[in-house]
Design a protein. Structure first.
Lengths: 250, 250
């Protein structure tokens, strides 16, 4: 079985509806490719007790906890302090990160607020930030990244090779103009025949007026997925519709 | 204080990265307008134990639990059965919904798979679905909606007037080309002066190359928010930048 993971999206701006999340899908796809199974996402507000408790619960339940958001220089950037508290270690200046930020920003700009970005929980390993230098960090099984998408993506790309992954999650998809209620019986029979696969059915209703269902088979065994794909195609044909191949992944 | 809420997005397709979430922001904005505070979102897979446990935990912790996904006719649509289990009641045919679906679909199309969509936990109140008739439902403090955005939105609009809301969440936003590290000190002073407000700082890096920060004040007291907006504007000006008004809400 692949390692399991939970993603914590920390930030009031998603919960108030002001901001459309732009990170979940990137991280979900990246973990699937790395063979790490994303089992849960939680969006929580930037309040100390909620962050500390959620990190504590989730890191006991999953092999990895990834977080985004709350590591900038402002008063609402409390993720590093909360993770330190959850891990029971002090938050302290990380010398190497401090010097790198000071060099990058220049001494005049490197004010007290920005110095906070060089504070990491004791024992944390910085995650490099090729965009704006202020690092993320890993400590134990918790991996803390920025919320700004470009910075998060740079950190994620630097982080993933340091984690032990597995075979990537594979999937095949077939679209058709059938309805779910027509496909349901055959799909259930297929699921019963292949219990280790995750077979899903996703209705679509496109802007151009086309309606139908996408059937998806997912799993970590590439040959089994290819075989399930053939069976899905045959099921759609047996119901008198034309199967249209969807994007396979990876 | 407003009523609190948690949203459960049920579905493997978000966790695998195949699908971009299209429901969180709509529901978050709608709840903010209705004066219900969205305190957490969880995305979980469509597995029975995970759904039952998460519904049980979250409905004890929040005033309302909203769910999306997993109420169609296929084998992976298990939300209604899981909510029934979490509430300790049987899942049974809801006569009125059964007849409505039979009339809408016609007897021939209304096969065994589609009949599952008329199964509700005993004592549930259907949430009307003006798009495709198969209902959502409310039982106790759990509100179960479809995952297909157009259907979810129709259900949400029907549901919200049945819930007790409060004053809407208000916000003001000011953009500027300042950096967070420059604003941090003044913003913290402002937060300390207005502890009941939620003051947030959101860096942006737009496709056209413009970089800067959006400062947002949020809360349920419209006058206090307007006043905080003026102070944010003054803070930006005092740092030598030009404040640009963001979209207020509602």
């Amino acid at each position: 079985m692949p390692a399991t993971a939970c993603l914590l999206v920390i930030g009031n701006e998603i919960l108030s509806g002001r901001t459309q999340d732009a990170n979940i899908r990137f991280i979900a796809s990246g973990l699937a490719e790395a063979g790490i199974a994303l089992e849960e996402v939680r969006v929580i507000p930037d309040r100390t007790r909620r962050i500390v408790e959620t990190v504590t619960t989730c890191r006991a339940q999953f092999d990895h906890v990834f977080t985004t958001g709350g590591i900038g220089p402002t008063h609402d950037d409390i993720t590093a302090a909360c993770v330190a508290e959850a891990l029971g270690v002090p938050l302290e200046i990380h010398e190497e990160s401090y010097r790198a930020l000071e060099t990058y920003l220049g001494r005049e700009k490197f004010n007290k607020a920005r110095q906070r970005m060089a504070m990491l929980p004791r024992g944390a390993r910085p995650i490099p930030n090729s965009v704006s230098i202020a690092p993320g960090f890993s400590i134990a099984n918790v991996h803390v990244m920025a919320g700004v998408p470009a910075i998060m993506q740079a950190m994620f790309r630097a982080l993933i090779p340091t984690l032990e992954g597995g075979a990537p999650l594979c999937s095949v998809a077939w679209h058709s103009d059938l309805r779910e209620g027509t496909l349901a019986e055959g799909l259930e029979a297929l699921q019963n025949a292949c219990p280790s696969l995750d077979l899903g059915s996703y209705p679509f209703d496109r802007a151009d007026g086309r309606k139908g269902v996408t059937l998806v088979a997912k799993g970590y065994d590439r040959d089994a997925i290819a075989e399930a794909g053939e069976k899905i195609r045959a099921l759609i044909e047996s119901l008198g519709a034309v199967p249209v191949a969807g994007e396979p992944s990876p």
